[in-house]
Design a binder for this molecule. Structure first.
Ligand code: HEC
Length: 134
């Protein structure tokens, strides 16, 4: 193989790898869970944020929905960006408060998403969680 073909091949493989990287990332769950209630530290922080903010008083303790919609259903449909916008900006006129003034929420928005995605996927059980390996 001559040098030019070789370089072209390397470039093609590299381009393919870059193109498929985001797709692969999207397929990887944003949480780790074992036995339904043992999660990684980030997901645990997400759950703690959920509890501290008492999201459950409107969305239900198992995210099943009350005055607010079922987040088990919502997270099957919402993109991560749509989720972040809904939680941070709120939908004040529809009864969803904005949480962008909460340091805990802004710092844990990815963790909150990971926790709720795990609940929506049915991978994480409702209720108390503990950190894996502790
Ligand atoms: C005071 C009640 C209340 C609280 C507290 C509350 N929500 Fe909501 N939430 C709602 C209502 C009502 C809606 C539906 C708004 C609409 O009709 O678009 C909603 C919508 C949402 C949505 C968008 C759902 C969708 O399908 O578009 C998400 C995500 C969400 N809430 C997450 C949270 C999280 C996370 C918390 C805690 C940090 C929280 N909510 C706290 C009432 C609440």
């Amino acid at each position: 193989m001559n040098r030019l073909t070789n370089n072209t091949l390397i470039a093609a493989v590299w381009t393919l790898a870059m193109l498929s990287a985001p797709a692969m990332a999207a397929d990887t769950p944003p949480y780790k869970v074992a036995d339904g209630n043992k999660v990684d530290a980030q997901t645990l922080s997400g759950w703690k944020t959920w509890r501290s903010m008492a999201c459950e008083r409107c969305h239900g303790a198992a995210q099943e929905g009350m005055v607010g919609p079922s987040l088990v259903n919502s997270l099957r449909v919402l993109s991560k960006e749509e989720f972040k916008t809904a939680v941070l900006k709120g939908r004040i006129e529809k009864g969803m408060p904005n949480f962008d003034t909460s340091k805990m929420v802004t710092e844990n928005i990815d963790n909150l998403y990971a926790y709720l995605k795990g609940r929506s996927d049915g991978a994480i059980a409702p209720g108390r969680l503990q950190e894996m390996g502790k």
